[in-house]
Design a protein around this ligand. Structure first.
Ligand SMILES: C[S@@+](CC[C@H](N)C(=O)[O-])C[C@H]1O[C@@H](n2cnc3c(N)ncnc32)[C@H](O)[C@@H]1O
Length: 229
């Protein structure tokens, strides 16, 4: 990688990143003409995201069993939803949990197109994933943790939807992951994630060290799953 650095919003950026951001900005401007859902979808999916996001490796790391019930909290345009659906197989289920109706409509189209009968779309409220009680083997959430308000209270409530032995996997950008993340607050430091999840009654059960720009932590309830723990 080149050592030449530029500075944007106080952050030093390698030339490759600058070029990527310029391309992204130009494309975003073009997409303004194409409609809101398209813009959101492109901003979630990014340009060349797979390289840093390593979605297949992420899913493999999660030890998902065929037949599992998984929730993709903040499913957006379904970047992880269908990969999770492949992992649970036809005997399992993925709940795509999202507060944005327009993204749910977009995802519903993809579900139909792909015939993904094991994906169920859920319109959540900001403080409630609206999932069946004691049903979820894995609640997975990517780049969404920073959107949630009062996270200790939210994840305390999440405990009641976890099945016995259920886990919560959180991926979010680190605050130092780049100027976009710093500028718009689209990230959470690992310390904050751990502190808030501890406050909500969870302990870390895995720290998959496979992502360069994001924190990836897996939690389980300390008390086996009650909301009060
Ligand atoms: C940056 S996108 C990430 C989408 C997807 N997980 C991914 O990795 O591509 C964050 C998504 O979380 C959704 N979201 C925000 N707060 C939420 C909440 N409380 N419950 C469910 N979804 C939420 C947003 O509407 C948005 O679609």
């Amino acid at each position: 990688m080149t050592t030449t650095q530029l500075s944007v919003a106080g952050a030093a950026l390698p030339r490759t990143t600058v070029a990527r951001e310029r391309t992204a900005t130009a494309l975003a401007l073009l997409l303004l003409l194409a409609g809101c859902t398209t813009i959101k979808r492109c901003s979630y999916e990014g340009f060349g995201r797979d390289e840093s996001q390593k979605p297949e490796e992420v899913v493999e790391t999660l030890d998902i069993e065929p037949g599992d019930q998984v929730a993709d909290l903040g499913s957006g345009s379904g970047y992880f939803t269908f990969r999770l659906a492949d992992a649970v197989g036809s005997s399992g289920k993925v709940y795509a949990v999202e507060v944005d109706e327009s993204m749910n409509e977009y995802l519903a189209g993809l579900v139909k197109e792909r015939g993904a009968e094991n994906v169920q779309i859920v319109l959540a409220s900001p403080d409630d994933p609206r999932l069946p009680e004691e049903s979820i083997d894995l609640l997975f959430t990517s780049n969404t943790f920073h959107h949630i308000e009062d996270r200790p209270a939210y994840f305390r409530r999440v405990k009641r939807v976890l099945a016995p032995g259920g886990r919560v996997a959180i991926i979010d950008y680190r605050e130092d992951a780049g100027w976009f993340v710093s500028l718009f607050g689209h990230g959470t430091s690992p310390d904050v994630i751990e502190r808030e999840m501890k406050e909500a009654g969870y302990e870390v059960v895995a720290r998959p060290d496979i992502l360069e720009e994001q924190t990836f932590l897996v939690f389980a309830p300390r008390d086996g799953g009650t909301e009060d723990g």
